[in-house]
Write a protein that binds this ligand. Structure first.
Ligand SMILES: Cc1cc2nc3c(=O)[nH]c(=O)nc-3n(C[C@H](O)[C@H](O)[C@H](O)COP(=O)(O)OP(=O)(O)OC[C@H]3O[C@@H](n4cnc5c(N)ncnc54)[C@H](O)[C@@H]3O)c2cc1C
Length: 259
């Protein structure tokens, strides 16, 4: 049975950030993720200032800034009947204003699609020699005793492996079965709302939120990304980047990551 000081379950932003933090402290980790790559779905896009601050300490500020929306585009949520349709109403979002957190941090709130964030964090985490990241590997069982935790890892072909660790980090998402199995509860209401992301790629956005200034001229590799919730709210748009990127271990690089 192999041994590693820390096993991290889940390669979302939490697990990847944990991997980077522990690598920077000189602690070897094994991160397992059941998907074959980091998620390619845009999902979250609001990044609080404190998170921007932490990721900037990893040297990621320039990359984050490059793919984030301009701050002036992020001050309102717009509600429309369809993506290109009539404006029904606008809701200011004070926490996203460029100067919203200026009393407590030098870092601004950022707005960027999570597929770009997750890819950035994965490339950064993978650049540390102390971090082993295994995709297509599911943590299917764990048992704890006085000295540590034994986890059972299962590969896509069904083969299994036991790993012994001192610490198991449950970064397996908001519903976290690991946390639940460990008896760690959360308080307060859940399921406060539901969202649906709609992504369009190629050319200019079909609609321009009114808070946006003039759109940048489309370049050959530019694409547009509009995301909307089920109520037709245009949450953000971006002309940076390409279609949803598929990240995979073969293309890992340390670009933009301060090791
Ligand atoms: C449409 C939408 C919009 C959102 N908007 C926002 C927003 O604006 N701001 C915001 O802060 N949040 C937003 N969120 C939520 C945000 O996406 C999550 O909070 C965030 O991804 C949680 O990160 P995480 O690392 O905890 O978990 P996840 O990103 O869910 O990652 C967990 C990972 O663990 C893996 N995993 C689970 N179980 C196992 C196992 N047994 N073995 C191996 N791997 C496992 C999963 O495959 C997954 O990749 C939004 C979500 C959606 C869907």
């Amino acid at each position: 049975m192999s041994e590693v000081p820390v096993v991290i379950c889940g390669a979302g932003p939490v697990g990847l950030t944990m991997s980077i933090l522990l690598s920077r402290m000189g602690i070897p980790t094994l991160l397992v993720e059941r998907r074959e790559s980091v998620s390619t779905l845009p999902r979250a896009r609001g990044i609080m200032s404190r998170t921007v601050e932490i990721w900037s300490h990893f040297g990621l500020y320039p990359e984050m800034t490059e793919f984030s929306l301009p701050p002036s585009w992020c001050q309102e949520f717009l509600y429309l009947d369809t993506l290109a349709g009539e404006l029904i109403g606008a809701m200011p979002s004070n926490c996203m204003a460029p100067d919203a957190q200026q009393e407590t941090t030098a870092y601004e709130f950022r707005c960027a699609a999570q597929d770009q964030i997750d890819s950035m964090l994965w490339r950064c985490a993978a650049a540390y020699p102390l971090a082993e990241i295994r995709f297509s590997t599911e943590l299917v069982e764990h048992s704890q005793d006085d000295d540590g935790v034994t986890v059972t890892l299962q590969q896509a072909d069904g083969s299994q492996e036991l790993v012994r660790t001192s610490w198991l980090v449950g970064a397996d998402g908001g519903r976290s079965p690991l946390r639940e199995a460990s008896g760690i509860t959360s308080t307060g209401p859940t399921a406060l709302g539901s969202f649906v992301n709609k992504t369009s790629a190629g050319g200019q956005p079909a609609v321009r939120p009114r808070c946006c200034g003039p759109l940048p001229t489309a370049t050959s590799d530019a694409s547009s990304r509009l995301t909307a919730n089920s109520g037709g709210c245009v949450r953000s748009c971006s002309t940076r980047g390409s279609t949803l990127r598929r990240a995979g271990p073969a293309s890992a690089s340390s670009a933009g990551c301060a090791t």
